[in-house]
Design a binder for this molecule. Sequence first.
Ligand code: SAM
Length: 429
Amino acid sequence: MNVADSYRVAAALEDLDYTPTNLPEQADVIVLNTCVVRESAEQKAIGRLTSLKPLKLKNPDLVINLMGCLVGVQDYSELRQQFPYVDVFSQPSDPRPLISHLLGKNVSSSKHQQISEVFDSDFAYKIPTTKENNLVTAFLPIVFGCSHSCSYCIIPLRRGKEISRPYDEIISDAIALADSGVKEITLLGQIVDRYGQDQPNYLRLSTLLREIHKIEGIQRIRFLTSHPIWMTADIIETVSNLPKVMPHFDLPIQAGDDTVLRNMRRGYSVDQYIKIIENIRKHLQDVSISTDIIVGFPGESKTQFNRSVNLLKSIRPDLTHVARYSPRPGTHSAEKLIDDVSHEEKMRRFRIIEKLQEQISSEINRKYLGREVMVLFEGKSKERWRGRTPTNKLVFVDSRTNLLGRICSVKITWTGPWSMIGEIQSTSG
Ligand code: SAM
């Protein structure tokens, strides 16, 4: 979501004739887009912000814009006091305070500005033209904010309540992206499968997928991230029926124990989660699934943690994003529960899951050896072309041909847990 938001700002800056630089000392404007989902991310953002102070002292004309979840949607007067050298504060997804500042208008992001006002603005989700290597794939937010209240999660507090974007705005952004050469669109939302549920007259995600499927030029569609409660049979069937919608699901479980899930306020049981995975695999033979796990949630015993391990062993996801529980200010778990799993124990659990997932991913990927898969090439890493299979596996190939934006048949010759290497067989796009 932050990548999409950053591109949105970059595209708006391009419209004002700004060009990018890799050197902060050369910049007239620096936008720091921030994430605070875990404390480590927040510390990193504050570190970067502090490192910008000498630049501002040297060049008082430099415009520094702090954006995103560190600012949030609440009162940020404390931040203003703490970082007086920041010129502009912007809420997540909102480029307008910066643009107004640069245009010299006296309009700043007011304390309780509704994020919905963003929809009235002219700032579409486009890709800055200077990001040519990324023209192949683009993120397109369709739901802002989140109205779930998982007990550990700060996102609803910082991104505000859930608001689905109007359907025609999304379609016109998607058409514009296709016109600018984008081949793959990833629809984004904190709970993307809830698209439209907050608005009585809106279409649902499955209808939106069908409509985007009709757009010429768009060859692949993905969506992330899902929530088990909202992953309906309708969405699963739609994915299995639409060839351009890629067979990949990002479905966080968070814990393999029902008591922990209840304490996390997730709203489903382990059994319900397993049934969804079974349904996905029943409808789609060649499908990949990734999940999220938090280790060391308050009160999580070793036995409860072992249930997360056993769950992963039985569902065998293609990827697990594992995180150590981090108490976040204002959340239920930080205010009411004791963070009683030690740092060392969280680290131990983290490593167990990492190691297990590495083994599972290696075994799953090994089955690709000798197979031919269709790869959409997104760019180059060092000398090799880099692309993804429909199942979202990273593939590298050596080729002198310009493969950017092309979908090619690739024979897999080497596999590892996180990537594969292959040889081009034929190109179709
Ligand atoms: N749709 C997703 C879901 O069902 O939860 C939402 C993804 S969430 C915004 C991003 C991930 O960050 C979560 O899945 C969770 O694993 C992790 N996360 C959120 N809050 C956290 C915290 N306080 N400590 C550690 N990890 C956290």
